[in-house]
Each structure stands twice: as structure tokens, then as C-alpha cells.
Design a protein around this ligand. Structure first.
Ligand code: HEC
Ligand code: HEC
Length: 154
């Protein structure tokens, strides 16, 4: 075989091989690894999970002292903004009795200087910073967290 043709063929083969290698390190390749978002490459949007159910009939108990209780109801479209706080329309001391809801506790009136205010403390205004709805969801990663002894029922 002509030496010149051989070199051309060889370099073509090398180019193809390095092209294939470059492919595996591209952004889209997860290299066979799967994360919490599955094996979907980063630049692709994977389909959203189903909406979680917020079962009303169960009331998950606290796992540690001073845990913000979980929300045992749906909170979809409940506005909490500068203009309105839907949560307080049921949970404020003024409305709780009529709405059959638990009143926010006294700690929600204390500011960071430990002064008790006449209305909800600004640091307790954005309820969802601390309270999350209880969902019928499996833990995404293994969790060995144990309830504190003082709250263990069995
Ligand atoms: C329409 C009235 C209403 C609104 C609005 C509302 N809740 Fe409730 N919430 C209730 C009632 C009633 C309960 C008592 C449990 C039940 O019957 O579901 C409750 C229970 C709770 C509890 C559990 C209290 C406990 O004793 O452990 C938390 C926490 C809570 N809600 C937080 C919120 C937050 C945060 C918002 C706003 C995103 C909100 N709720 C909006 C009516 C309401
Ligand atoms: C900085 C965190 C934080 C924010 C913000 C917050 N909470 Fe709480 N909440 C707690 C903690 C912690 C508890 C349990 C200890 C206690 O009662 O203070 C609690 C308790 C409660 C309870 C149960 C009270 C009881 O007597 O059992 C209700 C109802 C509640 N919060 C509603 C709300 C609502 C409504 C908002 C928004 C206006 C809100 N929380 C904002 C941390 C927070």
C-alpha cells in the first residue's frame, strides 16, 4: 500500500477515535451515573414528578422538641406576600377560633430582641420558611434520624 494513503487512513482513524472520546465527556453524558434527578442529562428538562398528596387524615408527630409542626392540609394558592397572609386568615388569634384552626403560639409574637409584640413578629410572617405540608413521600436518600427519647411513644 502506498505510504501516503496509509498515513491518511491512520490519521482518519485517530480523528474518529478522539471524536468518539470527546462525545463521552460532553455535558449531556452522565457517564452511567444517576442522581436524584435520574439519568436525564443536565441540558434536558425531565418530566415533573406527580404532585404529592397531603393526607389530611394523618397528623405526623414531631421528631424533636421545638419542631415547627407540619401542615396537615393543602396550601395551594395560599398567598403569603407583602399584601396578604392567607395563613393568618385562619391561624391568627383573631380568626383561629371561628375557623377551627390552631392559633399561632406566643413565640410567633416575639421579636429577635425578645420583646413581645402586639402582632405577628416579622420574623414569623413567612410561615413557609419553617412550616411545610406533610406529604405522602418516600425519603429521597436513606435517613437514620431518630426521634428524641422524650418524644418516643413506644
Ligand atoms: C382555611 C383555613 C386555613 C388556612 C388558610 C390555613 N390553615 Fe393551617 N390549619 C387549618 C386548620 C383547620 C387546621 C387544623 C387541622 C386540620 O383540620 O386540618 C390547620 C392546621 C395547621 C397546622 C398544624 C397545627 C398543629 O396543631 O400542629 C399548621 C402548622 C398550619 N395549619 C399551618 C398553616 C400555614 C403555614 C398556612 C398558610 C400557608 C395555613 N396553615 C393556612 C386551617 C387553615
Ligand atoms: C421561624 C420559624 C417559624 C415561622 C416563620 C412560623 N412558625 Fe409557626 N411554629 C414554629 C415553631 C418552632 C413552632 C413550635 C413551637 C412553638 O409553638 O413556638 C410553631 C408552631 C406553630 C403552630 C402550632 C401552635 C400550637 O400551639 O401548637 C401553628 C398553628 C403555627 N406555628 C402556624 C404558623 C403560621 C400561620 C405562621 C405564619 C404567620 C408561622 N407559624 C410562622 C416556627 C415558625
Amino acid at each position: 500500500m502506498n505510504k501516503h494513503i496509509l498515513t491518511t487512513l491512520l490519521s482518519a482513524a485517530i480523528l474518529t477515535a478522539s471524536g468518539a472520546m470527546a462525545d463521552t465527556t460532553e455535558l449531556g453524558d452522565t457517564g452511567g451515573l444517576s442522581s436524584l434527578r435520574g439519568a436525564t442529562p443536565l441540558q434536558n428538562t425531565r418530566p415533573a414528578d406527580d404532585m404529592k398528596k397531603y393526607p389530611r387524615e394523618q397528623m405526623l408527630e414531631s421528631d424533636y422538641v421545638y419542631q415547627p409542626p407540619l401542615i396537615p392540609h393543602n396550601i395551594r394558592s395560599y398567598e403569603v406576600s407583602l399584601n396578604a397572609n392567607k395563613c393568618l386568615s385562619c391561624h391568627s388569634w383573631k380568626n383561629a377560633k371561628e375557623m377551627g384552626a390552631t392559633k399561632i403560639s406566643v413565640t410567633h409574637y416575639v421579636n429577635r430582641e425578645d420583646a413581645v409584640l402586639a402582632d405577628v413578629s416579622p420574623r414569623r410572617y413567612f410561615c413557609l420558611q419553617c412550616h411545610v405540608p406533610q406529604a405522602d413521600a418516600k425519603p429521597l436518600v436513606k435517613n437514620d434520624f431518630q426521634r428524641v427519647d422524650s418524644l418516643k411513644t413506644q
